[in-house]
Write a protein that binds this ligand. Structure first.
Ligand SMILES: [Zn+2]
Length: 256
């Protein structure tokens, strides 16, 4: 995939003391007073020097005490070792820690950071990070700008689970949503995706019922992306098509 203007790194500050280096892969650091808490650790170890410089420049050289991986796919963990080597940072993810039902909590004078386990949308070890005061939500790859986040076969219980998880996230009413990849958004996109995927499911079932979809060629040209979602990041290019393919596959096999 070629790099476009929107994919060049941007340093964003969605709330005081909260920084996001937003690119194709996102990394964030949160000022906890005496130390920093990092959310996700990128794909490329080659970015170490640049990221460390950026962290130091924005926070006056505070040490990174904790690194939370929203999940342990390779594109979220590359700098774990660097944070451990440089700062002795504690790495927290669903493999290293048992996440209690109430979540893990870090507090500082002005800040509360919670990590909650919401497995089964993208991996069996998905975590979200939530800052209730700032209403800042890190979804990892649960929200993927339109993608159905599960890659291992869709069925009715799975889609119901994903939608129910999105409803839980939307109920938090985040002001800012930081996905694992790409631009930031708001609760509106979480809610829009729920209606999108429900409508797409209904449409595919209808078309399959009418035998209007050629299941051999997967000609789904009648299922166009909704107008109001055409500017979603990489959505028209491939994510909508990926959603259609996943749903057609499941519906045509009687799983959805
Ligand atoms: Zn992932």
């Amino acid at each position: 995939m070629s790099t476009t203007a929107t994919d060049r790194p941007k340093l964003l500050r969605p709330a005081p003391g909260c920084f996001v280096r937003q690119e194709v892969d996102n990394i964030a650091w949160l000022d906890m007073g005496d130390y920093l808490l990092v959310v996700d650790a990128l794909e490329q170890t080659a970015l170490e020097a640049e990221v460390m410089e950026s962290i130091a420049a924005t926070t006056g050289g505070k040490p990174v005490g904790v690194v939370i991986n929203t999940h342990t796919h390779h594109d979220h963990v590359a700098l774990n070792d660097a944070f451990q080597r440089r700062f002795g940072a504690q790495v927290v993810n669903a493999q290293t820690h048992v996440i209690p039902p109430a979540g893990l909590v870090w507090t500082a004078d002005e800040r509360r950071v919670e990590a909650h386990a919401l497995p089964g949308c993208h991996t069996d070890g998905d975590l979200i990070v939530w800052l209730p005061r700032e209403r800042l939500l890190f979804t990892g790859d649960i929200f993927g700008w339109g993608l159905i986040p599960w890659d291992h076969g869709l069925d009715r219980p799975r889609l119901d689970h994903i939608v129910a998880t999105y409803e839980r996230l939307a109920a938090l009413e985040p002001t800012t949503v930081v996905p694992g990849h790409g631009p930031l958004c708001t609760v509106a996109e979480l809610r829009r995706w729920i209606t999108y995927v429900r409508a797409l499911h209904t449409d595919v079932r209808q078309l399959c019922h009418e035998d209007a979809i050629d299941r051999r060629t997967l000609d789904t040209s009648m299922l166009v992306p909704p107008e109001d979602m055409r500017d979603w990041w990489r959505f028209v290019q491939w994510k909508h098509g990926d959603c259609v393919a996943k749903i057609v596959h499941a519906v045509s096999r009687g799983r959805l």
